[in-house]
Design a protein around this ligand. Structure first.
Ligand code: MEZ
Length: 559
């Protein structure tokens, strides 16, 4: 048996209550209850975890401390650096559209920019495809069935986002959705289908129709595989699309009119700085889960350090909704090795319920993610009815085995093969055993404020994907991220190509850094770590004095 003995009694209670629960779903919360639970238990409402921003376009707004720290930081580049290459800003490469980021939004933007006649360069700090897109599991939303419509999808997105979403962006999202599914299929994405060829769709939290399209439980990987293959095959045939890996952007370049003129990159192999001149830039750098807000573990990939927010902010672009983060309710809470990793919402979409230590349901399983997470936190922290593992990690049970009882034997193996494999590695059998879960940092709800074509207040600067803000308001629904990377990636790519067709190529400068330095001085900010972060720092900080024995072990190489 995979679970330790101290968890067995609770597991037995979940199993014992299953037959009674099979056809009794916990009632949904009322709007007042939802509001109450959010304000009391959601991490977005812990005021000490936030502080005011002291410089830049969002001066005076509040945001998570970890994010404010990197937004206010000095640049990586010191301007007094005696670097002839930089002072002349000689170009290492020239293109029409520079796409920063190698995930789904970046790939979509690059494909559409190239189709619209632009010469495109994608630069990415890790490998092409190392991105949150690759790690999205459960599905992508689109209202393309008879009982559904973009208007109903629109209402779900608005409600899920606390009615704070930008209506024009939501309209773009839901109207383009069916087109995006058809586009992805035409490129080769293999969505799950019924035997008659219709798309197999299920519910996600906060959806009023079954519109979640999936490729088993590795939908993001399937979409990323397809988009990357398409870029790679076009790149092999046309010089008009190129990919540079391991070359993060550390600063954007503006011309004398304040229009985008390119970017400064750092080659991670050689540490050499490189200048790319471009008439348009699409930021598609993804989220910031690796900042580990409030100490939460994250589902995010290694490069999710909020670089795009820093780059755009420093040239004067405004950020929207950056005071709200998404905590996915079902992060793994056991075993220790995978704490915080994603357990897809599709498990609940297929019918699995949530139980406390006594095997009782305490929340409707498909509340929106913010509410669902807050309910888990309340159950564990206030009511003390979670399960606590030997390492002190709290969690509640996700009763996955009931899926096969509801939908027929073999459903779990067919629909959730990646999940089954993930837990099998640790001796846990998802088909027969519930799994322990707790909220994990999953998504940056806000980002750089964009228009429906992905444009920003900086001429020539476009943003798409998780780095963009306004689409999801204060809470994103499942499956609308894989959708938005394609919708706004495509829109930003096309708009950037069109802008680059008529924009004058100005002289690139780093003059905005002088201004940034002055703003920082006026705000009395001291020098500290620079940003963008590029890679998270997991080195162990030794804050306690070492004992003599440990010091001598270090000297002899024992630690
Ligand atoms: O949209 C998401 O965040 C997603 C598909 C996650 C999941 O639970 O699978």
């Amino acid at each position: 048996m995979s679970y330790p003995t101290d968890m067995q009694a609770s597991l037995a209670k979940v199993e014992a209550s299953r037959q009674n629960r099979l056809h009794q779903t916990f009632p949904k919360l009322s709007p007042e209850e939802r509001d109450h639970i959010l304000h009391r238990y959601h991490p977005d409402y812990i005021s000490e975890a936030f502080r005011e921003i002291r410089v830049g376009p969002n001066k005076g707004d509040r945001a998570p401390v970890e994010l404010v720290n990197i937004l206010e930081s000095p640049p990586i580049l010191t301007l007094d650096e005696d670097n002839p290459h930089l002072s002349q800003l000689e170009a290492d490469s020239v293109c029409d559209v520079l796409v920063i980021g190698g995930g789904g939004a970046g790939a979509s933007a690059a494909l559409l920019a190239q189709e619209n006649g632009a010469d495109v360069l994608i630069c990415t700090k890790l490998r092409f495809g190392d991105a949150n897109t690759m790690m999205a599991q459960g599905g992508i939303q689109a209202a393309d069935k008879e009982n559904d419509s973009p208007a109903i999808h629109y209402l779900d997105v608005m409600g899920g986002g606390g009615f704070a979403c930008n209506p024009d962006l939501v309209e773009a999202l839901v109207m383009d959705a069916p087109k995006v599914i058809a586009w992805l299929e035409s490129l080769g994405v293999m969505f799950d289908k019924e035997s008659d060829g219709t798309m197999r769709t299920i519910h996600g939290g906060g959806t009023s129709r079954k519109r979640m399209h999936a490729a088993r439980d590795y939908t993001g990987a399937e979409i990323m595989r397809t988009l990357r293959d398409e870029v790679r095959s076009r790149a092999a045939e046309h010089p008009s699309i190129r990919v540079w890996e391991f070359r993060p952007v550390i600063e954007l370049l503006l011309d004398e009119q304040g229009h985008i003129a390119g970017a400064l990159l750092k080659d991670l192999d050689t540490s050499r700085l490189m200048v790319v001149r471009a008439r348009a830039v699409v930021i598609a750098t993804g989220g910031s889960g690796r900042l580990h807000y409030q100490g939460f573990p994250t589902t995010n990939h290694y490069g999710a350090t909020g670089d795009g927010l820093v780059l755009a902010y420093r040239v004067g672009a405004r950020l929207a909704f950056i005071d709200t983060m998404q905590y996915h309710p079902t992060g793994a809470a056991f075993p220790e090795q995978i704490v915080g990793q994603l357990v897809t919402e599709k498990v609940r979409g297929l019918g699995a319920q949530i139980c406390n230590v006594d095997g009782e349901q305490f929340v409707y399983p498909l509340e929106t993610r913010d509410v669902e997470s807050a309910a888990f936190i309340r159950e564990c922290v206030e009511r003390k009815r979670g399960v606590v593992t030997s390492t002190g990690q709290a969690g509640v049970w996700l009763d996955a085995p009931m899926i096969d009882q509801l939908k027929g034997p073999g459903t779990i193996a067919r629909e959730l093969p990646a999940m089954v494999r993930q837990f099998h590695r640790f001796g846990i059998d998802l088909v027969h055993e519930p799994i322990l879960v707790y909220p994990t940092l999953h998504y940056q709800n806000g980002g750089v404020a964009i228009k429906p074509d992905g444009g920003t207040s900086i001429p020539g600067l476009y943003v798409a994907g998780e780095a963009a803000g306004g689409i999801h308001g204060r809470n994103r629904l499942m499956g609308n991220s894989l959708l938005d990377i394609c919708v706004f990636g495509r829109r930003a790519g096309a708009a950037a190509a069109s802008w680059s067709g008529f924009a004058q190529a100005g002289i690139p400068t780093l003059a905005h850094l002088d201004e940034w330095k002055r703003f920082r001085q006026e705000a009395g900010l001291s020098d500290g770590s620079s940003s963008p972060v590029i890679l998270p720092d997991y080195t162990r900080k030794i804050s306690v004095p070492l004992h003599e024995e440990e010091l001598s072990m270090m000297e002899t190489g024992g630690i």
